[in-house]
Design a protein around this ligand. Sequence first.
Ligand code: GLN
Length: 244
Amino acid sequence: MRKTGILFALFSVMCTAFIGCGNDEADVLVMATNAEFPPYEFYSDEEIVGIDVDIARIIAEDMGCELVIEDMAFDSIIDAVESGKADIGMAGITVSEDRLKEVDFSDIYAEASQAVIVKEGSDVTSLADLVGKRVGVQLGTTGDDFSENIEDASVERYNRGYEAIQALDQGKVDAVVIDREFAEVYVSQNGGLAILDESFTDEEYAICVAKGNTKLLEKVNASVQNLKDSGKLREIVDKYINAE
Ligand code: GLN
């Protein structure tokens, strides 16, 4: 009798400690991402690092869980979260009407925009010049969605953002529409490219969870709020973007 009681108590303690990490594994918080999106997520040696990773580590820590990162194609992330393979999706994901039909989003943690990259000296110097041009985008991104509205443009889709930029370099497309912070990283590393001052769209990044998982969403939002109030979020962004 006593033994059963002790076992039961142990079980309850374990359950209480474990509840709240996510849906799948009891003691880990699984983050689905696409680690090809500096400065938000990218490989540094063997390790995935970046703004999103630092934020996710704090969210997991606040929940008393271990963070596990699953690297996948960008257009698989929403599916992974929807199906419960991952608890959160974080990959500089822009909140959009379409995505809101599939997943729930946290509060916004970053303002973003789609930028236009061209070759230095290009005749594309403003958004209006994109009419009728060949525009490179990353498949399944908001850059892909919005480029469809450019009059008479042919949209070339690439699996990876940097492949779109390579295509620009090789003259296969006239411009690339892609997230500004990512564009800044690539343009600073490759000569001969320029970013238009004008943004193509203004966007906001948030963390996605499975539809209806309000318990997890509340915890994520509490951590995001804390990160904002404490100045820690700014610190993380500065570490990857504004630092000299
Ligand atoms: N912000 C863009 C989107 O949500 C692209 C994100 C990315 O390529 N990781 O579609």
